[in-house]
Write a protein that binds this ligand. Structure first.
Ligand code: BDR
Ligand code: CA
Length: 315
């Protein structure tokens, strides 16, 4: 049996989810039990196709890919084609991958994998709306004991929102699921916009990736260049925040980030602030600290890591 960290990657690729997968699959550090998909950036069919496509592109042919929720727990699905493009993966050529989808629903797979696992042995990496994880926890609550930690991208505290004035996309799409996850007993490490907006690409990064001569780095370059067009109003520049790759960067090199234990609650019902994360950074409440909130990232270290991962792919 492998003694590598065991991961389940739950995602909605998505350009930055794709970069996160590329980072994860570059080396051999992890035992990836499954990649589960959830409707988010685009609909379920496309995000699942995109996950398969990225696995095929990286040569990760043994991928076990499970399709999950096609909509949030209670709300209609909101998507982000305006960022990631119609197919959810602007910047590379889209093809129909041969890699199959496993015929088990994603939350059932999560339940099955955690039920069979030792205490605190599986890390969940979550880079989309948290519907699949919430559904698994609702189905069999005691699976929580087998979760080592949930490393997730979502939320905002100092930075406002990117979907509404106060809400970040993943939490906005399924706030009910997010609250279930924040309420669960597993340790949570949370990468919100406060840190993802500290790891912005830019001409320096693009130049370094352009110099890497392998097909996966070329694909990453295409994705990143196209991804850079979306936040120009916010930054007045051609840059892109690498939201989801913060999760993998943390698992590979935790010293990139500074974390603080906080209570995090989600606004679920409010009309104006739906999906807002109330991060109790300054201990204004007596609520238990249910998460580690990332508040600072070392940009140089982050991009050195990304470049190193891309160089690992052979020509
Ligand atoms: C999150 O929203 C999605 O569009 C990205 O893939 C990322 O997971 C950032 O708010
Ligand atoms: Ca995502």
């Amino acid at each position: 049996m492998s003694d590598k960290p065991k991961l389940i990657i739950d995602c909605d690729p998505g350009q930055d989810d794709a970069i996160n997968l590329i980072m994860a699959l570059a080396g051999d550090e992890f035992d990836i039990l499954g990649i589960t998909t959830v409707a988010g950036n685009v609909g379920l069919k496309k995000v699942t196709r995109n996950a398969r496509l990225i696995c095929e592109l990286t040569g990760y042919e043994r991928a076990m890919i499970f399709a999950g929720a096609s909509k949030p727990l209670k709300l209609p699905l909101a998507t982000a084609e305006f960022i990631h493009g119609k197919e959810g993966l602007d910047g590379i050529e889209i093809f129909e991958p041969a890699l199959p989808i496993v015929s088990m629903e994603a939350s059932d797979f999560i339940v099955e994998a955690l039920s069979a696992a030792n205490e605190k042995s599986i890390t969940l990496v979550v880079t989309g709306p948290m519907t699949n994880i919430a559904r698994a926890l609702q189905k069999v609550p005691n699976i929580v004991g087998a979760i080592k930690e949930i490393v997730l991208m979502g939320g905002a505290f100092r930075e406002g929102g990117n979907m509404t004035p106060s809400a970040e996309f993943n939490i906005y799409v399924d706030p009910h699921a997010a609250q279930i996850v924040f309420d669960c007993a597993a340790p949570k490490i949370v990468f919100g916009l406060d840190v993802t907006y500290q790891v912005l690409t830019g001409a320096d990064v693009i130049e370094r990736i352009e110099a890497i001569d392998n097909p996966v780095a070329k694909a990453a370059l295409g994705i990143l260049k196209s991804y850079e067009r979306t936040d120009t109003a916010r930054f007045n520049d051609q840059v892109a925040p690498l939201h989801d790759p913060c999760t993998m960067a943390y698992l590979l090199k935790p010293e990139i980030f500074k974390l603080k234990a906080c209570n995090i609650q989600v606004e679920v019902d409010a009309e104006l602030t739906r999906g807002h994360t109330a991060v109790d950074f300054w201990n204004r409440t007596e609520l238990p600290k249910n998460s580690l909130w990332a508040y600072e990232a070392d940009r140089d270290m982050f991009f050195d890591l990304l470049i190193d991962r891309l160089k690992l792919y052979g020509s």
